[in-house]
Design a protein around this ligand. Structure first.
Ligand SMILES: [Zn+2]
Ligand SMILES: [Zn+2]
Length: 169
């Protein structure tokens, strides 16, 4: 089974390792991808635990799970990610000039919520806490409904596949 995050490798060798705590996300992008996959796999605990502490206060496991249950995640595209590829730079991140360092990931995601298709675009911010990357918050620039294509039309996700063989399958 391919990883939901679109890496083209198997789930077991990709985001599963982070969700199952066998590996630590080494960059904001890895954490972003693994949180997306956790949404796709309805692993609410992982989503909750990878929020920054300050953000966790506004979240509840029940809400995360309810949202995950009603939502089918179809495709993730990373548009850009900052380049902090290694957790070892955490010291410099946390010490000075925090504001200069934008630990951000911009992504687009297609999903289906209660039968309707959507695209969302978000710029997510990440910080290091307890030596781990955590999701701080995100700014959603687009979150809009997409018309459902006919089965033989090209899919809205630019895969060049027919809808019925892609997000509509
Ligand atoms: Zn993955
Ligand atoms: Zn598609």
């Amino acid at each position: 089974m391919q990883c939901p995050c679109g890496s083209n490798i198997s789930f077991k060798q990709c985001c599963f390792l982070f969700i199952n705590q066998q590996a630590q996300a080494r960059s904001p992008e890895q954490l972003m991808r693994s949180r997306y996959s956790a949404y796709a796999k309805k692993s609410a605990d992982y989503i909750y635990n990878t929020y920054a502490e300050s953000s966790r206060a506004h979240q509840s496991l029940t809400d995360i799970l309810a949202w995950a249950k009603d939502t089918k995640w179809l495709k993730l595209t990373i548009n850009s990610a900052s380049e902090y590829a290694d957790i070892n730079i955490k010291k410099s991140i946390n010490s000075d000039k925090k504001e200069d360092r934008s630990n951000t990931v911009c992504f687009s995601a297609y999903y289906q919520h209660q039968g309707t298709y959507f695209i969302m675009k978000e710029t997510s911010r990440f910080i290091v806490e307890d030596s781990q990357w955590r999701y701080l918050d995100g700014e959603v620039s687009i979150n809009e409904e997409l018309p459902t294509p006919k089965r033989n039309e090209l899919c809205f996700c630019y895969s060049n596949k027919k809808f019925k063989q892609c997000c509509g399958s």
